[in-house]
Design a protein around this ligand. Sequence first.
Ligand code: FMN
Length: 146
Amino acid sequence: MFCLIYRSVATSSFRRQDIQQMLDKARVKNEKLGITGCLLFYEGDFIQYLEGNQIKVLELYDEIKKDERHRDIELISYAEREGREFERWDMAYEDFLGDNDQITFLKLLIGSYFEDAEDTSAPHPASMPFWQTVNKLLTAKSKPNV
Ligand SMILES: Cc1cc2nc3c(=O)[nH]c(=O)nc-3n(C[C@H](O)[C@H](O)[C@H](O)COP(=O)(O)O)c2cc1C
């Protein structure tokens, strides 16, 4: 499985409700392409993890790069790895508006990347431990009674 991680900055006209619409379309397309992953939207910045067939992921990334709803697209890392991390999701999404323990922790995790680049103790989004933690937290969040 090929995975690719990038970050970008949302253009100011791209609002939360527009992101939701974009996601609805993206999830349908990702399912067709066999692509799964996770999109985080933190204070105007995106960070996205895409995984699937290498050619399909690279083709989609090329399209995403051309999208005028975001700018300053920066590739963080890519790699070939065993299996999928976000098997259950065509595209998991979190915008950090909610307020529970999982989200608070996830905010700390992503905040240390975006706001405190010096902090090398926190897992970095180029590494799988970062996404494994994101996955665990989003899974726990989607099961409120557990
Ligand atoms: C931050 C961001 C993330 C996106 N993620 C995806 C995605 O995971 N899958 C997808 O199909 N499109 C995604 N898009 C939309 C694509 O850029 C593009 O609009 C879409 O693939 C076009 O599909 P269509 O030509 O089939 O309409 C994303 C756009 C942005 C701005």
